[in-house]
Design a protein around this ligand. Structure first.
Ligand SMILES: NC(=O)c1ccc[n+]([C@@H]2O[C@H](COP(=O)([O-])OP(=O)(O)OC[C@H]3O[C@@H](n4cnc5c(N)ncnc54)[C@H](OP(=O)(O)O)[C@@H]3O)[C@@H](O)[C@H]2O)c1
Length: 276
């Protein structure tokens, strides 16, 4: 299929490039992944990150707590902030409800915030300043750039306004002079927006939310959603949309691998930020 935005292939190329870039770093880069509670999907994501980190020669520390008080967790993060051998820290989401996610994320030193989710890094992103950009939006922008997708003046529709994906993407695309509309669960008549989109990005978590009648002929579609059904993975966009799309990301093999490689790039960038 030649109308695929092939995140798997691009991420492998980026991995080779990253390997060359980190050859000159004499310190061992260390990524700490903090998880709390029991979430099956989380375990899979942590394993993927660990595998990629180790294959690049990074240290990977999985700090798992079955249960932990908020104050204790914040203390743990502060210790990691102070530790010069730690390059990057990520908090695996979702956290259990009893923990204040925002408070915990904002305890991370912004220069070690390789998921780019602290308020400080979000403000940098709004101000177009160099900083650590959230991994999924960064991966999507890299993929669009790789396929030389012209964004200037294009009609872009994002469905889903999460702080993790939709909201940072809105700003990144606006910074590239696209005309961006951000839709969400309260949007009335979603199709009225999606059917005219030159670029449609869907990050909701609902299988088949977007069907072929909702997309424009010749459009570009980025499907962020991951939905598990009968041991298989599906996106938010029905596969029939490929018949109309000029280019579309597959699930799996689209946005997922781009997210993981972007995290690894952020670890390298965090190292240089801390050395400044
Ligand atoms: N491939 C990857 O690397 C990757 C990375 C991150 C996430 N994901 C996947 O992407 C999906 C979304 O995750 P997320 O963290 O971005 O979002 P999220 O926090 O789960 O929020 C979902 C968003 O979708 C909106 N929404 C829900 N129902 C809708 C509907 N019927 N019509 C339009 N909008 C609707 C919600 O609107 P409200 O704000 O109004 O509630 C919200 O903004 C999940 O499947 C997740 O697993 C994949």
């Amino acid at each position: 299929m030649n109308n695929i935005l092939d995140g798997k292939k691009v991420s492998l190329e980026l991995k080779e490039k990253l390997k060359q870039e980190i050859i000159n770093i004499k310190d061992k880069l260390t990524l700490v992944d903090i998880s709390v509670g029991f979430d099956e999907a989380t375990k899979v994501y942590v394993k993927q990150k660990e595998k990629m980190a180790l294959s690049l020669g990074y240290n990977f520390l999985n700090l798992h707590f079955d249960q932990i008080l908020e104050t204790e967790l914040m203390q743990e993060i502060k210790k990691l902030n102070q530790d010069p051998t730690i390059t990057g820290i990520i908090i695996q989401l979702p956290l259990p409800d009893y923990l204040n996610k925002d408070k915990i994320i904002n305890t991370i030193d912004p220069q070690k915030d390789v998921d780019g989710l602290t308020n400080a890094n979000m403000i940098n992103l709004l101000n177009k300043e160099t900083s650590l950009v959230p991994c999924t939006p960064k991966g999507i922008m890299t993929l669009l750039n790789y396929y030389k997708i012209d964004l200037i003046g294009k009609r872009v529709v994002i469905v889903g306004r999460s702080h993790l994906v939709g909201l940072p993407l809105f700003h990144l695309l606006l910074n590239q002079n696209a005309t961006v509309t951000l839709c969400h669960s309260k949007t009335k008549d979603l199709k009225e927006y999606t059917k005219d989109a030159d670029l449609l990005i869907v990050t909701v978590g609902k299988k088949d939310l977007i069907t072929i009648d909702m997309v424009k002929e010749g459009s570009i579609i980025v499907d962020v959603g991951i939905n598990r059904f009968d041991e298989k993975l599906y996106g938010d966009v029905n596969k029939d949309c490929l018949k109309k799309a000029r280019l579309m990301t597959p699930v799996p093999g689209g946005v997922g691998p781009m997210t993981v490689i972007s995290l690894m790039e952020n670890v390298k960038d965090a190292y240089y930020l801390q050395k400044k």
